[in-house]
Design a protein. Structure first.
Length: 147
């Protein structure tokens, strides 16, 4: 194993959708649903945020992660690639073959781990702009322009 101390923490519902083989692997922790406070704690201690969802078109959690200065890994579908500012994270390619997708995700995670400081620096550089652009005040102002 290239990174024996690496840990993948999976948060959220649907433990039954994750294979028993995966749940029993060393370095993978499924923690289930978490509170808002716990999400904040995870975001301040994690190396990166990964959400390779096939169905999430516009994930607010990407904004939360980026506003916390975390590098992100997103899928190349829907709006997700637009959240990745140049150098602040990676976009994984979608494949029809699940094994190829897993390989793509692994390549992205490895790239991010091997160049952690570079991605972290850029993510922290864009964090204040993300926090400002997606603040409640900015969203309300944008909403009012529509009316």
């Amino acid at each position: 194993m290239k990174y024996p101390n690496a840990k993948l923490i999976i948060a959220g519902p649907d433990k039954n959708k994750i294979s028993k083989k995966t749940l029993n692997m060393n370095g993978i922790d499924f923690i289930g649903d978490v509170s808002v406070d716990k999400i904040g704690q995870l975001m301040t201690t994690a190396t990166c945020f990964v959400m390779p969802s096939r169905f999430e078109a516009y994930g607010l959690v990407f904004i939360e992660a980026m506003a916390n200065g975390m590098p992100i890994i997103a899928r190349d579908k829907y709006e997700m690639p637009y959240f990745v500012s140049e150098g602040s994270g990676l976009v994984m390619r979608t494949e029809k073959n699940e094994s190829l997708e897993i390989d793509n995700l692994l390549k992205c995670m490895t790239e991010l781990l091997e160049n952690r400081n570079q991605y972290l620096e850029k993510a922290q550089e864009v964090a204040p702009n993300i926090a400002k652009e997606y603040s409640w005040a900015a969203v309300a102002k944008s909403y009012n322009k529509c009316n």
